[in-house]
Design a protein around this ligand. Structure first.
Ligand code: ZN
Length: 271
């Protein structure tokens, strides 16, 4: 058993290092190398689940919390956290559909169980779903085992509803201290944001939300909004104006997997 695991590990390291060497020759950018490592890791993650971290994995981990995409393209990713619910998430979906825009929804497992049809609608509309934990705890305060159960329970719930095995997660509050490797080893890519709209703050107006985005926006920005977890009427009201603004400035709106060149779903998904 140990011998076969070692053999698998050696093969993986060989694949990884040969992949790296090919990349050195073919494409010189650091970002692309990181992405290739990430994809290799995704495919072999299960074999490594119980193993100590390899050097390649440690390097991979250093580069695997994404805050933005390439700054060289005029594109942005709209992301919505804390859904689904049955009021604001459907309203946001209607607006996205109207403007033919796709976004990324970081969903809470417990809410997904409550509103499975909204989750299905998010996917049916061409958006991406991702993991935002089972019930939105501060992960750094939990044991490693509890962190894994929080994100895996959400993943299982989303898979049960949609058949999709999500591969991207965002920690609640973006809080990841001390837990990054645990999450990466579980086969996830971690995606945070670089533009925080603070749309969750009580009393925040649509104008304030939009102005904060205009001020902070860069090429490759990942914009954080919320589709659930409270009264999101200001977010809903602001969204058409945001999309119109981005269109008028020539920004392409994409999902985070497109922007970061990472898989949204695990390769073993059945559909
Ligand atoms: Zn959240």
């Amino acid at each position: 058993m140990v011998r076969s695991l070692l053999a698998v590990s050696s093969l993986f390291l060989l694949l990884l290092s040969s992949g790296c060497m090919n990349l050195e020759a073919a494409s010189p950018t650091k970002t692309e190398k990181t992405i290739m490592l990430s994809n290799n890791h995704m495919q072999k993650a299960d074999a490594f689940h119980e193993q100590p971290l390899s050097l390649a994995e440690i390097q991979y981990g250093k580069n695997s919390v994404y805050f933005n995409g390439s700054r060289s393209k005029k594109w942005v990713a709209l992301t919505f956290d804390d859904g689904p619910d049955d009021i604001y998430t459907p309203a946001i979906l209607r607006i996205l559909n109207k403007y033919h825009v796709h976004a990324t929804f970081f969903l809470i497992g417990q809410k997904a169980a409550q509103y499975p049809n909204i989750v299905k609608q998010i996917v049916a509309d061409g958006n991406i779903i991702a993991d935002h934990s089972w019930d939105h705890p501060l992960l750094p305060k939990l044991s490693n085992q509890k962190v894994l159960s929080e994100i895996d329970r959400c993943r299982q719930q989303l898979k049960q509803i949609t058949g999709k095995d999500v591969a991207i997660m965002r920690p609640p509050y973006g809080a990841i201290k001390g837990k990054k490797q645990v999450i990466l080893r579980d086969g996830f890519q971690i995606v945070d944001w670089d533009v925080d709209t603070l749309d969750w703050k009580p009393g925040r107006t649509p104008e304030q939300i939009l102005n904060s985005i205009k001020k902070e926006l860069k090429h490759g920005s990942i914009i954080l909004d919320h589709s659930g977890g409270g009264n999101r009427s200001a977010t809903v009201k602001m969204l058409p104006a945001l999309i119109q603004y981005l269109n008028s400035k020539g920004y392409q709106m994409v999902t985070v997997d497109q922007m970061l060149h990472i898989p949204a779903y695990k390769l073993n998904e059945t559909n």
